[in-house]
Ligand binder design. Sequence first.
Ligand code: PGA
Length: 260
Amino acid sequence: MSPTLTVANWKMNGNRRFWSELTQSLKSEIQYIETNMVLCAPSAAFYDVSRALEGATNMALAAQDIHAEDSGAHTGDTSAEMAKDFGAKFTLVGHSERRMEHFEKGDVLKAKFKQALNHDLHPILCFGESLEDKKNDQTLTVLDGQLSEVLDGVEVLDGDAFSLAYEPVWAISSSAGSLGREPSEDELTQVFEFVRQKMVEKFGETVGNSIKLLYGGSVKADNVAKIISNRYIAGVLVGGASLKAESFLAIARAVAAKPN
Ligand code: PGA
C-alpha cells in the first residue's frame, strides 16, 4: 500500500450519472498521483463505481458502513460480503454521523470493526470529540474511550490491517455547531501524539507505529498541505471537497507530495 491515503466520503450525495462521471474523472488523473485514493460511496453507488473503477490500480471502492453480522433481518443495511462482492477494499466504521444519527458506539462498533477484518475489508475507524467535549477540556479522555471500546481485545498483527481517522465533530463542515475550521497545528500534534502512543502501547512498536493515522474535517485544497505536513498524519478523509473532481484531485496531489 502507498504510504498515504486520500479518502473521499461522499455521504448521501449524488446519483448514478454523478458517481460514474466523478469516478471516471478521478481515474483518468490518479494514475499520475502517488497516493492510494479510496472512495467511500453509498451502497446504491457500488455498481456504477465498481464498473468505472475497472482497471484502476491506486484507487479503491469503500463502504461508508457495514453491518456487524453476515446476513439476516436487518432492513436497510449492507453486509461486508455485499461490499466485497462489488470489489470494496475498505469500509468506514464509526463515522460521527453514524454515531449521532444511528446511535452507534461501543460493542456495535467493535463488532463492525471485527467483521471488516474478518472479511478482509480494511476498516478506517473514525473517532473525534464534540464541541462540548472540547469546551469541557475532555478531548483526550473522550478519544481514549472511543479507541479503547473498539480496539481493546482486538488482535492485529499487521499495521496495514486498519487505519484511524481523527475527525473532531466541531471541524466537520456540515455538522451542527461546526466551527468550520481544521484544528491548529498544536491541537493536531497533541491528539496524534497521544493516539500514536496509545497504538504502540496496545499493539507494540512495529505494528503500533505503522498504523496509518488520518485526519478529517473541513479538509480543502487550500489547507491540505499544512495538515499533511504534520509528521503523524498519513492521509485525509474528505467530505464536501471530495464531491468535485478538481478539488479532490488537488487534495490528492498535496497528499502525494508529503515528504517521507
Ligand atoms: P467535511 O467532512 O470534509 O465536509 O468536513 C468530513 C467527514 O465528515 O468525513
